[in-house]
Write a protein that binds this ligand. Structure first.
Ligand SMILES: *Cc1c(COP(=O)(O)O)cnc(C)c1O
Length: 422
């Protein structure tokens, strides 16, 4: 690897880390092969053809590409129907459409995985701002935290369901930016069955961000009613340049489509402007790209734990999302890690990220991202709040070979600054 100036000790440890990951990579490849077959079969079943890549304009009536994208996602995720659009500006927007699409004044939304993802706080109305929040529309919110061990608080959930008329239960699959464990698909099965037995009309919504294609199944297979995610994360395969999806029960997807566009119009309109090809090709690539991101995460976990750092999860633990956290122990280590990762990015390698006051955060935050799609987190990217214990959270990597170098460069920068334990 003479193209990059990486210290020999880091190169040696990296080789050692890769050698130790044989079985982990085999398992990742096996899941990726399964999901790739599943996706290819959907392409064959739905008769994807080149004519579907043509852009539509205006109302976009009869856009066959748009229709086939919905049916591809539905088949792949085991859903009755799906709503996949470039018009979803982000994962948060997709989740917002799902919440407002299904909930009505007087209903209660119950999160059973504790505090939801940061950006949802204003949507729900539990943080200031929040104009037009669910709360303003008379929708109540309750929350049950996960137990200390990271499991569902079954008694708490049972009581909340008995006391409130819960219209929707929200489950967040990924750890997001916290060190609680992520929730495996199988671990949702029993709790979903419990909710359904106590309250059959309650809709189970899973925030599936960062989880797609990490396991063989998606949450709909264990009883969830709706799943939601972003196309600049896993299911866009690094190719989709914007967008999101909602998939699940046909009637619920219909309700969401009436919210995305208008009552009475729903999913029958929407010009695709030439985005169909990227979304279709992105789905095709996604199982493979997710595997590359997972190998990168496992590699980093192994490399940094060889050097004595705490990593979450461990390199050989089963995964259900692509996020890796490392406890870097000092502000300088966190900053060097992000700057080193940026140095080996394909885009904007020459800029040095600095901590900044990000709106909504109480501490400074540093981010590294040298991506082809702005803000894409299926591409290698890192964030960390500059506050103890100085955790860096990172995810993505379009190819393991290049993302591995991003991680090595991060370690190398820490070494150069004298803040690497080695
Ligand atoms: C990324 C993410 C979101 C929000 O997606 P944005 O595209 O950043 O708005 C919501 N929930 C989880 C778990 C996420 O990882």
């Amino acid at each position: 690897m003479a193209f990059f100036d990486i210290d020999k000790r880091i190169k040696d440890l990296s080789s050692k880390a890769v050698d130790k990951l044989d079985h982990v990579f085999e398992r990742i490849d096996e899941i990726s092969a399964y999901n790739s077959e599943k996706v290819l079969a959907a392409f064959v079943n739905k008769q994807v053809s080149e004519s579907m890549f043509a852009p539509s304009t205006g109302y976009g009536y009869g856009d066959r590409g748009r229709e086939v994208i919905d049916s591809l996602f539905a088949e792949v995720f085991g859903a009755e129907d799906a709503l996949v659009r470039h018009n979803f500006v982000s994962g948060t927007h997709s989740l917002t459409v799902a919440l407002f699409g299904v909930l009505r004044p007087g209903d209660t939304l119950l999160s059973i995985t504790g505090k939801p993802y940061d950006t949802l706080e204003e949507v729900i109305g539990i943080r200031e701002g929040g104009d037009g929040s669910l709360r303003e529309f008379g929708i109540h919110y309750r929350q049950i935290d996960l137990t200390a061990g990271g499991g569902f608080d079954i008694d708490g959930i049972r009581t909340a369901l008995q006391k409130n008329k819960v219209r929707m239960v929200l489950i967040q699959r990924s750890r997001g930016y916290s060190i609680r464990p992520s929730l495996h698909i199988e671990s949702m099965r029993d709790v979903i069955a419990l909710v359904k037995s106590l309250s059959p009309n309650t809709v189970i919504l899973v925030d599936n961000c960062y989880g797609e294609f990490v396991e063989k199944n998606e949450p709909l297979a264990v009883g969830a009613d709706l799943i939601v995610g972003s196309l600049i994360k896993n299911p866009g395969g690094g190719i989709a340049v914007t967008g999101g999806y909602i998939a699940g029960k046909k009637e619920l997807v219909r309700l969401c489509s009436q919210r995305l566009t208008c009552p009475g119009i729903g999913k029958e309109v929407g010009a695709t402007l030439g985005h169909n090809r990227e979304i279709i090709m992105g789905l095709f690539m996604a199982p493979h790209i997710v595997a590359e991101a997972l190998k990168t995460a496992c590699f980093a976990a192994e490399l940094f734990s060889l050097m004595g750092y705490d990593v979450f999860p461990q390199s050989n633990q089963p995964r259900t999302d692509i996020i890796q956290a490392i406890k870097l122990e000092s502000p300088d280590a966190l900053i060097s890690f992000c700057q080193g990762m940026q140095k080996a990015s394909p885009v904007d390698s020459f800029v040095a990220p600095e901590p900044w006051e990000m709106p909504g955060y109480s501490s400074l935050v540093i981010m590294a991202s040298g991506a082809f799609t702005a803000g894409s987190s299926i591409e290698l990217s890192a964030d960390g709040p500059v506050t103890p214990p100085y955790l860096v959270y990172f995810q993505g990597g379009l190819t393991f070979a290049t993302a591995r170098l991003g991680i090595m460069s991060a370690a190398n920068e820490m070494l150069k600054k004298g803040v690497l334990k080695i």
